[in-house]
Design a protein around this ligand. Sequence first.
Ligand code: ADE
Length: 226
Amino acid sequence: MRIDIITVLPELLESPFSHSIMKRAREKGLLEVYTHNLRDTTPYKQAQVDDYQFGGGAGMVMMAEPLAIAIELLQKDRNYDEIIYMTPDGPLFDQKTANTLSLKENIMIICGHYKGIDERIRDHFITKEISIGDYVLSGGELAAAVVVDAIGRLLPGVLSDETSALFDSFQDGLLAPPVYTRPADFRGWPVPEVLLCGDPKKIDAWRHEQSLKRTEERRPGLMKED
Ligand code: ADE
């Protein structure tokens, strides 16, 4: 999968994809992530990419022309399955969306700043909008990093134990069960005995029961969603 990210702050996106699982995914050639600095292709003087809003009001708006040019430059080389705009007023990101996006080949992500991007770019170029939560970040970059990470780890061959993503929280509409490692007794707090019994069927049944209990207690709404 290839992901192209248009941003005014490419530096913010260096570290998230240079470590651990994302680093391995890129090294294995399973995930390609490229950042494109909007200021490099803007036609305006002094690398301007934003301007005052029509109608007045505080805050700048990212201009249509630099964004259109950057998007169209990328579109010359390949077809994009989705052109995503990161915005707090988009639909909330969830595991289902991550699963769907992980099946695509080419994705473009636009990171907003200031008051957002000129609405005409949303109307005419953007195919999908994503919010990562009901709060406002100072830009779309950290949100884009969250989305790329969630997608990247789902690509076949990225996780060393391929089955492990299948048992993540949310994959079956349930939260993951509690996990334990050595020692079996830590400060007098023992690991649940069933985990030491060696019977995979009993252990699976206990984990499922714990998942249900946890989901009911913490996120009852999840069980009602489809
Ligand atoms: N940009 C600013 N805040 C955001 C959010 N919550 N989700 C996605 N993009 C954003």
